[in-house]
Ligand binder design. Sequence first.
Ligand SMILES: Cc1cc2nc3c(=O)[nH]c(=O)nc-3n(C[C@H](O)[C@H](O)[C@H](O)COP(=O)(O)O)c2cc1C
Length: 192
Amino acid sequence: MAGYPNETVKSIMERRSVRKYKDKQITAQELDWIVNCGLSAPSAINKQNWHFTVIQNADLIEWMNAKIKENMPPDAVARYKSRQDDRDDFSAFYGAPTVVLVSGEDGDAYTDANCGYAVENMCLAAQSLGVSSIIIGMARLIFVTADADAYAKEFGVPDGYKPLYAVCFGYGDMIPVAPERLEGRVNYIREK
Ligand SMILES: Cc1cc2nc3c(=O)[nH]c(=O)nc-3n(C[C@H](O)[C@H](O)[C@H](O)COP(=O)(O)O)c2cc1C
């Protein structure tokens, strides 16, 4: 824990987006803790207006990847490929064995924030357990065609909810580099 005041700060500081995963599923216990930490996130007026679809089915993850690719703008395709050594068979889910689709209540001003807190809780829980993660905003591209409602139903998304993020979990197969943090994003106002 060198350099960090406690394990929580260590997990926060060392969490990174991981874009390559081993072909090995996380344990049921790890998954339970990750999901429960997501469900323990704060939410405005305690609405808990999120829904998680836990996907541990490689065929379905591949189908989701194919849908994303169908609906991706060309510049995004290039960006994804470059992150995966320019491979043509790049995956928007980077080979992760577990993907959690996070949906939120439509029409509530705090839905996006509430779901974001749940997502980050899951990523930090994963980090503390030795499980890697990455948030996939591109997952929204699965649900942009006329079939969106039918697909959402198949995923078990409740009526009145919309899919917002996918989060990948698995054992990382790369050493992620910490992206540089931008300067000037904080100011302080103190007693004179
Ligand atoms: C809302 C959101 C959506 C994201 N969507 C994607 C995505 O679709 N694909 C991807 O490779 N990374 C995605 N990321 C990961 C970011 O690129 C990453 O968090 C950022 O580069 C900082 O790196 P770090 O997570 O290692 O600190 C997303 C992150 C957030 C917060």
